[in-house]
Ligand binder design. Structure first.
Ligand SMILES: [Zn+2]
Length: 320
């Protein structure tokens, strides 16, 4: 049996995975302040809770994995710089381990069991706290030379001096407007409330997730969807001008509100794409839902060879 683990910002989810089917789903809170060893112990306990001796365990992480297996860094979990997570976990659970960036793992799931059966080349966009991406070209998931492929959140969409700050330390990135912090800032500007102190002119607490913003409805939600669509459309136009993809597939917190976002996205794409065929690209919402990361993780390769560099194997045959 294979086990897939998806390490999100706040929870670590795990399940036994057979194809795209999950069994024995379990989860644990991420103990951000507990230190590297404690977090790895928590992940190993999840494997033991699922029972039996797995043939392999795959782990999707909210950060990048270098070609030699070392983690570059985890922005939300201090202390993991340069840690070889696969080697550390292997010592704890005693089976081969695959580790990969979470958006790239989700793209692998989409490639194997989702819209990858319809489109040969697509970008999977993960919408949440940050904006992530996983790139599939000609049926192969690309991880890039150093494992950073698809970091689309930091495409520049505003170079003005008033551009909004991004979590990466720069300003004007797509994520600064389309990530949760940017959407909340938009929400607060429309409502006339203060995103720093969290006080609002009304008595309702501030929403903190895209889902909660959607639930507020009305002109405020409309303004948020407009900002999200425009930011995504502007950034994706530049990306598609380069790649001329078959589709863009969206996943994450906004999936249920995509119908409200799409018109704004399409308009911005049209304004910025070099030629009409590039702006008429199919825009889809993934049907794999919130478990894409777990499914993709379970199918990660547990070792790579030099000839695999930049690609993510195994790559199954495409249907004729
Ligand atoms: Zn950035």
């Amino acid at each position: 049996m294979r086990i897939g683990i998806d390490w999100g910002g706040t929870t670590i989810k795990a399940a036994i995975v057979d194809g795209a089917n999950l069994r024995g789903f379990t989860r644990v809170e991420t103990r951000v302040e507990a230190g590297v060893g404690a977090v790895l112990d928590d992940i190993a306990s999840l494997v033991r809770v699922l029972g039996g001796q797995p043939e392999s365990v795959g782990l999707a992480i909210p950060g990048e994995v270098r070609d030699d297996g070392r983690c570059w860094r985890l922005p939300n979990v201090p202390g993991f710089e340069n840690v070889n997570i696969a080697a550390e976990l292997q010592a704890r659970v005693g089976c081969p381990i695959g580790v990969e960036n979470d958006a790239i793992a989700a793209a692998l799931a989409e490639r194997l069991f989702g819209l990858g059966n319809t489109y040969r080349s697509f970008l999977l966009v993960t919408l949440g706290t940050g904006i992530g991406g996983g790139l599939v070209l000609d049926g192969e998931v690309r991880r890039g030379r150093a494992g950073f492929s698809g970091e689309i959140g930091h495409v520049l969409i505003d170079s003005s001096k008033d551009a909004w700050p991004c979590g990466c330390g720069r300003t004007g990135c797509m994520e600064a407007y389309a990530g949760t912090a940017g959407l909340l800032r938009c929400y607060c500007e429309v409502k006339g409330s203060d995103p720093v102190s969290g006080t609002e002119t009304g008595s309702d607490p501030l929403p903190v997730t895209i889902k909660q913003i959607a639930e507020t409805g009305g002109v405020t939600a409309d303004a948020v969807w407009k900002q999200l669509g425009e930011a995504l459309g502007t950034g994706l136009a530049s990306i598609n001008n380069i790649l001329d993809l078959d589709a863009v597939v969206f996943t994450g917190g906004v999936s249920n509100s995509f119908a409200q976002v799409e018109p704004h996205l399409r308009k911005a794409l049209k304004a910025r794409a070099f030629a009409p065929p590039l702006s008429e690209i199919p825009l889809e919402v993934s049907k794999l839902g919130e478990h894409a990361g777990v499914i993709g993780a379970a199918h990660l390769p547990t070792e790579r060879t030099a000839s695999d560099s930049g690609r993510l194997f195994p790559t199954p045959k495409l249907p004729e």
